[in-house]
Design a protein around this ligand. Structure first.
Ligand SMILES: NC(=O)c1ccc[n+]([C@@H]2O[C@H](COP(=O)([O-])OP(=O)(O)OC[C@H]3O[C@@H](n4cnc5c(N)ncnc54)[C@H](OP(=O)(O)O)[C@@H]3O)[C@@H](O)[C@H]2O)c1
Length: 288
C-alpha cells in the first residue's frame, strides 16, 4: 500500500473508533453511580467531580485540604450530585489510602468507580540526586494507587465497576525535568497494564481504564512549565480532559488518549529516535 493510502486508511480507522466511542457513552449510566475521585480539590480531579455531579452521581472526593474539599462538595450538590461526601487524606501516609476507600464504600453503600487521579508535588527540574523525594513520590503517585485498588477491587467486582487510572504521556515517553514523576507514571502503566490481562483471565467483571493525558492547563502544570518550555500553547482545557476520562471509564476503554496527539506520540515513540530526542531537548530551556 502506498504511503498516502496508509495515512488515509489510518485516519478513517481513527475517525470510526472515535465515532463509535462517542456513540456508546450513555450519560444516564452515571446517574446514581457511586464514585470515589482522588485529588479532587483542584485541577482535573475537581473538574471530574463537577462532571460526575452534573451526571447525577453519588460522590466521595478526597485530597489533603478539607476546607477546599468542602467547597468542591457544596458545588457538586448545586450541580446535581445525588450525594457529595468528602474525606481529607494524605496519600503519603500509608494508612490513608485504605481508610479513604473504606469510608467511600461504607457511606455510599458500595462502589462503581474508583478514579485514581491525585499526584504529589514535585519539582520541574533536572534530577538533583534526591532519592528520598522519589521514594515519597512513589508512595503518593504509585503505591497509594495499588493500596486503594487492593481495598476497592472486591467491591468493584461485586458491582461490575471500574478503576480509572489517570496517567500521562510522560508514562510512555521520557522528557527532561520530570524524572521522579515520569518513573511513577511508567510504573502505573506497567502495573495496571498487567492487571488488565489478569482480571479477564480470572473472569473478573471489573474493568480498568488507563487515561494517557498530554499537557492540560491546570494551575499547577502551567506554573511549573512556564519559562521552562515552549509548549504552553499545547495545553488542553482541564474540563475537557476531565470529561474525556469519565467517558473513557464509563465505556470501559482499556486505554484512552487526550488530546489526540498523545495517541500519535505513543504510536510513533520508538521511530526516528535521533530526531525525536533532538526535538524534545529543543522544547525545554535549561536555566543557567
Ligand atoms: N495537568 C497536566 O498537564 C497533566 C498532564 C498529564 C497527566 N496529568 C495527570 O492528571 C492528574 C491530575 O493532574 P492535575 O494537573 O489536575 O494535578 P493538580 O492540579 O496538581 O492536583 C493534584 C491533586 O492531588 C492532591 N494531592 C496532592 N498531594 C496529595 C497527597 N499527598 N495526598 C492526597 N492528595 C494529594 C491535590 O490536593 P491537596 O493539595 O488538597 O492535597 C490536588 O487535588 C494527575 O494524575 C496527573 O499526573 C496531568
Amino acid at each position: 500500500m502506498k504511503f498516502r493510502a496508509k495515512i488515509l486508511a489510518f485516519t478513517v480507522a481513527a475517525a470510526l473508533v472515535a465515532i463509535r466511542w462517542r456513540d456508546t457513552f450513555v450519560p444516564e449510566s452515571l446517574r446514581g453511580a457511586r464514585v470515589l475521585v482522588t485529588g479532587a480539590s483542584t485541577g482535573i480531579g475537581e473538574q471530574m467531580a463537577y462532571h460526575y455531579a452534573r451526571f447525577g452521581a453519588q460522590l466521595a472526593i478526597t485530597a489533603r485540604r478539607g476546607d477546599v474539599l468542602r467547597e468542591v462538595a457544596e458545588r457538586c450538590l448545586e450541580l446535581g450530585a445525588q450525594r457529595a461526601l468528602y474525606i481529607p487524606a494524605d496519600m503519603g501516609v500509608t494508612s490513608d489510602p485504605e481508610k479513604v476507600v473504606k469510608f467511600a464504600v461504607e457511606e455510599l453503600g458500595g462502589l462503581d468507580y474508583l478514579v485514581l487521579n491525585h499526584i504529589g508535588p514535585t519539582p520541574f527540574a533536572m534530577w538533583d540526586g534526591d532519592v528520598e523525594h522519589t521514594r515519597w513520590l512513589m508512595q503518593v503517585n504509585f503505591f497509594s494507587y495499588l493500596q486503594m485498588t487492593s481495598t476497592a477491587l472486591p467491591h468493584l467486582e461485586k458491582s461490575g465497576g471500574s478503576i480509572i487510572v489517570v496517567s500521562s504521556l510522560l508514562g510512555k515517553m521520557c522528557t527532561p525535568f520530570v524524572a521522579p514523576y515520569s518513573a511513577t507514571k511508567f510504573s502505573l502503566n506497567g502495573f495496571f497494564g498487567t492487571l488488565q490481562h489478569e482480571l479477564p483471565m480470572r473472569r473478573s467483571n471489573a474493568s480498568i481504564t488507563v487515561s494517557v493525558l498530554g499537557l492540560v492547563d491546570t494551575q499547577s502544570a502551567m506554573e511549573k512549565i512556564r519559562e521552562k518550555t515552549n509548549m504552553n500553547a499545547l495545553a488542553a482545557p482541564a474540563s475537557d480532559a476531565a470529561l474525556h476520562i469519565i467517558k473513557a471509564g464509563a465505556t470501559r476503554q482499556k486505554e484512552s488518549f487526550f488530546p489526540f496527539y498523545t495517541y500519535l506520540a505513543s504510536l510513533f515513540r520508538d521511530w526516528f529516535r535521533f530526531f525525536q530526542d533532538l526535538t524534545i531537548q529543543n522544547c525545554y530551556y535549561l536555566e543557567p
